[in-house]
Ligand binder design. Structure first.
Ligand code: ADP
Length: 229
């Protein structure tokens, strides 16, 4: 039956996640043990200490993000001004953008952008998406964020003029641990998908290699009973 299929799928995903976490943590652990041995015999241990700190940060990032995915958190759904939230997220990321001289332009229509949602989920969601856009954009590039109210939805588009994503890779996005970044975890988009699903929304990624990527997020203004489950 459909229900059994869903459960089988879920178990497969749990297995995939467990294998992924093990792999992601075992590699830096193996490296740490190796460096620990080297340190005790080296006359210049400082350089190993820096690498070890990097590896520890990696384990920390993976475990923190796994917790975000796994931990059931009491959600606090209330009406939120999405324009205000987006401006706050842009401010939060402005130092990262300035360091790379990436310009972030925000625009919104004149409608009221009230959305019934969990505020910290929204912050997490848009931080992940905008940070990905910053990471992908070359120095001195531009990111355009547009928010519009369409019928009973708020639609937010984050468009970068970055490296883009090849078509076969777009299909893999949101599967755990797929990352092209040196310090990436490949969990960011999974977290986004989870948050959007919990709000009854939709996520779409349009990308062209060398041209850039547009991430579109649609969220219902009001939660139906099913949508908030
Ligand atoms: P992470 O940022 O840790 O790599 P994500 O799940 O957020 O994890 O992203 C997975 C991968 O998707 C990234 O490593 C990158 O290759 C690709 N990606 C996501 N957003 C963009 C974007 N705007 N432009 C180009 N590639 C992107």
């Amino acid at each position: 039956t459909e229900e059994m299929l869903r459960r089988t799928e879920k178990l497969a995903i749990v297995g995939q996640l467990a294998a992924g976490v093990t792999h992601e943590i075992r590699n830096p652990l193996t490296a740490l043990k190796g460096f620990l041995k080297l340190i005790s015999t080296s006359d210049n241990p400082q350089k190993f200490i820096d690498i070890m700190e990097n590896e520890l940060n990696r384990i920390e990032a993976v475990t923190n993000e796994m917790l975000l995915l796994a931990k059931p958190r009491a959600r606090n759904f209330r009406m939120i001004d999405m324009k205000q939230r987006l401006i706050e997220v842009i401010q939060l990321l402005s130092t990262e953008a300035i360091m790379r001289s990436v310009e972030i332009v925000f625009s919104a229509d004149n409608n009221v952008h009230s959305v019934e949602c969990d505020a910290s989920d929204m912050e997490q969601l848009f931080i992940n998406v905008v940070r990905n856009a910053i990471d992908a954009t070359p120095d001195s590039g531009k990111i355009v964020i547009e928010s519009t109210q369409q019928e009973d939805e708020i639609v937010v588009r984050v468009r970068d003029s970055g490296i883009g994503i090849p078509g076969d890779v777009v299909k893999r996005l949101g599967t755990p641990f797929y990352t092209t970044k040196e310090h990436g975890t490949g969990l960011g988009l999974m977290i986004c998908q989870k948050i959007i699903a919990q709000h009854g929304g939709r996520l779409a990624i349009d990308s062209e290699v060398g041209q850039g990527t547009t991430v579109t997020i649609a969220l219902p203004c009001r939660q139906s009973v099913e949508g908030s489950a």
